[in-house]
Design a protein around this ligand. Sequence first.
Ligand code: ZN
Length: 309
Amino acid sequence: MQEKYNPQAIEEKWQRQWGEEKSFKAAEDMGGKKYYCLEMFPYPSGKIHMGHVRNYSIGDVAARFLSMRGFNVLHPMGWDSFGMPAENAAIQHGVHPAKWTSENIASMRTQLKRLGLAYDWDREIATCTPEYYRWNQWLFLKFFEKGLAYQKQSAVNWCPECATVLANEQVEGGNCWRCDTQVEQKNLKQWFFRITAYSEELLEHCDKLPGWPEKVLIMQKNWIGKSIGAEVDFKIENLDEVIKVFTTRPDTLFGATFMSLAPEHPMAEKLVGVKPAPAGSKQGGQGTRVKKFIEKVKKQGRTEGSRNL
Ligand SMILES: [Zn+2]
């Protein structure tokens, strides 16, 4: 036995052998004990960091322990490779996102292999490849056929300089994190999943979860946010439209004195034009002031209200 541990000599030798012999390949075998060890697929940002090493070492210990105990272990690795960093790199460095992503994957794969993690590399996937995302598309079509995917207008953060939509994390103090331009709110048609169609089922199952702390179950129920009530149409003077208001207490409508619209509500702009300014008004009519307010709010970044749409 060598006195000194020489990683270059020892690790490379064994890692090569594991690769050649496919030592960690999961066999499809319906009998026997099985174990599926899935950590998480990293985003291919370019380099493996210590957070990855910690996470994947823990999974590796579990996978090796169980295969030594006779389990047929499936331990795969892949890349969660669609996302904003590729888009940002493309804009910043003028490099095609596909090139940037595949180069990052190649260098991170090399790093993971050098760690000697026990993956079945034959099952590697990358979510940005057509072979993978065709299944996302297939699932989307199934949702669409069942009426569970639909489009509606919703406010988004918009950078007029970059001409892109920004995630909330990309807005810093009301400005674009990339170019510091003031972010605007823009109404765009977007896709949504009708998860509310499952609120009843989700609620029912909350009561069938043993061992969960009451606090977590209450949070879950609040998140599902089921509320029984009615949608009431309020007619608008001088306009052939209605404002739909949801209420849990339609019996108290007699007491209603006002309703408020979010500034990004498409009707807010329409309503502004309805009432003319009183003669001799110095501040400008109500319309001008409301318009100014809408502009001001638009530049403050996304409001809490629109985030919860
Ligand atoms: Zn920008």
